[in-house]
Design a protein around this ligand. Sequence first.
Ligand code: NOJ
Ligand code: CA
Length: 514
Amino acid sequence: MAAKWLKNAVFYEIYPQSFLDTNGDGIGDFEGIIEKLDYIKGLGCNALWINPCFDSPFKDAGYDVRDYKKVAPRYGTNEDLYRLFEEAHKLGIHVLLDLVPGHTSEEHEWFRMSQKAEPNEYSDRYIWTSFCFEGCPGLPYIGGESERSATYILNFFKCQPALNYGFLKPDKPWMTGIHDPAAVATREAIKDVMRFWLDRGCDGFRVDMASSLVKFDDEKKSGTSAIWLNVREMLEKDYPEAAMVSEWGDPKLALRAGYDADFFLNVPGNGYSSLLRDYGMDPIGPDNSYFKKDSDHDISRFLGEYLDWYEDTKDIGYISMITCNHDTVRATLHLSPDELKIAYAFLFTMPGVPFLYYGDEIGMRYQFLPTKEGGYYRTGSRTPMQWSSGKNLGFSNASPEQLYLPVDPAEDAPTVEDQETDPDSLLNTIRRILMLRHKEEDLQADGSFEVLHAVKGEPFVYRRGKITIAVNPGLVEAEVPVSTEGKSLLFSIGTCRFEKNTFLIGPQSFAAIR
Ligand code: NOJ
Ligand code: CA
């Protein structure tokens, strides 16, 4: 594990399209992020993850990179991004870019070259079969689009051909091994991209589909892991403070493959989803989320997965808890601001490195919208940030039809401006929680974590170092079922009180005692 700054990091995820537009073209830009660095710092976030901001045809919101070393002109210039790094660093904010190593855009120069019939340096940069009618069993492939008589494998959408990192057990003539020159060349090319940005002030990467490098015969991920360990060697040597956060969803593997942190992602039915989005595949169906005031309040589904991961990985890296991300339906679809206050207090007092998705600090609502840039249902979580009551809720001076996506049309759409003045707003509650986290080392990434009481329908109680935390998402005051003798209240949301030797936690309340 390398990056020491992660110990007290709290990330803010920015979808650059929708954060702040400063030149009136209807789309967010680097200058907008720079202008809001003080706001981000004031929230209590000291690190950023910016979704892909590179040159792209934007068929998948920028996850289809056309040039890894050039930013998309719609956000500004490379120099603007270097300035963003600099200004962020002045405030003690670290910046992660989004690295997309598994695929490029079909418009990337490497891919154009690899499509040529005449063999060249890039012929094996992607996974190609040996004949125009030959596919690869079990993997999606495309034929008929290239002068080369072969088909190529996709990594995600049709616009995203898979880069070739080789196969563990190559058994077809067109398969290369993971140590063959062509596969090594791909790996080195991605390392070169990483060096490019790290040399210019970037502090590391959130890595897209980190587990996807070596295809189907890599069930235990030993091939993919070997590649990341090789990348880690480079980082250890030349960039010891660079941080790597994986979109892998399996910390036991990811943290052993050299990652500093791995996300606990929302997968319908999994432990994380049981907290904030317990409605299976139907977003407007009934919801039994742990943090809903009238659910059955069963934390065991979350703990069942989390504790196993946590115990196995606590000495080697971090699990990242998220409020949401650009792929996930905003939790406001089912949870009210009062429910979210308790949920966030929980997420931000857990071990590891937490992530706050832009707009979640004010409870921005999920919007039902037609798809944009390959977003589909995800589009509704990617709408413009709501700053004020001004034009386009302060996002942009453009005319509303020109906006990247429409702003929330509701009369009572939450805004930063409104919530600033209300001490009990979600925004100010998050600030208080994050201030507490920064003040108390016990609550940060490395502080110990122990479950003290986790019975369905009763307050959930856990310990972080010397701090005991009680959570009551329900509607009835309850006795905290652990000894609180000699302790006093450190922090609370809602109503909490000591009565003789017992500690009572009110409805929809959260308490930290020590
Ligand atoms: C995961 C990203 O988070 C998502 O937005 C993207 O569409 C896919 N990977 C493909 O890159
Ligand atoms: Ca703009």
